[in-house]
Write a protein that binds this ligand. Structure first.
Ligand SMILES: [Zn+2]
Ligand SMILES: [Zn+2]
Length: 119
């Protein structure tokens, strides 16, 4: 993991493929958020840590050593427009949030590109 600022926090996210909860360490960088590290955590433990009270919205980037979803390895994510959950993403046009069940069609502006690109 790279250096984190004092603004760093963690959010709860969910894996679309396995429907498992996990945490992502997020750092705040001058008006946008950088995803730094994904880690497995039980939902109850994340709640005790207060991770579920945090959410991210707005511009997101990825640290170069960001490991992605700890379950499926995806390094793309979207944020559910209904519940605000961060969900890993696999390039499909329409998505169903594993947390609240909302279906949405991702527009280019809403999907997040890996900085640097390519797999
Ligand atoms: Zn995943
Ligand atoms: Zn949702």
């Amino acid at each position: 993991m790279g250096k984190l600022s004092k603004e760093a926090f963690a959010v709860m996210a969910m894996c679309e493929k396995t429907k498992e909860n996990f945490g992502i360490t997020v750092d705040s960088r001058r008006g946008h958020y950088a995803f730094c590290w994904g880690f497995k955590i039980k939902e109850g433990q994340g709640k005790r840590e207060g991770y579920d009270k945090k959410s991210v919205h707005g511009a997101i980037s990825f640290d170069s050593d960001f490991n992605g979803c700890p379950y499926c390895g995806s390094k793309q994510f979207y944020i559910c427009s209904r519940c605000g959950k961060v969900v890993c993403y696999h390039g499909q046009e329409s998505v169903t949030c594993p947390n609240c069940g909302a279906s949405s069609t991702l527009k280019a502006a809403e999907s997040v590109d890996l900085s640097g690109g390519g797999f």
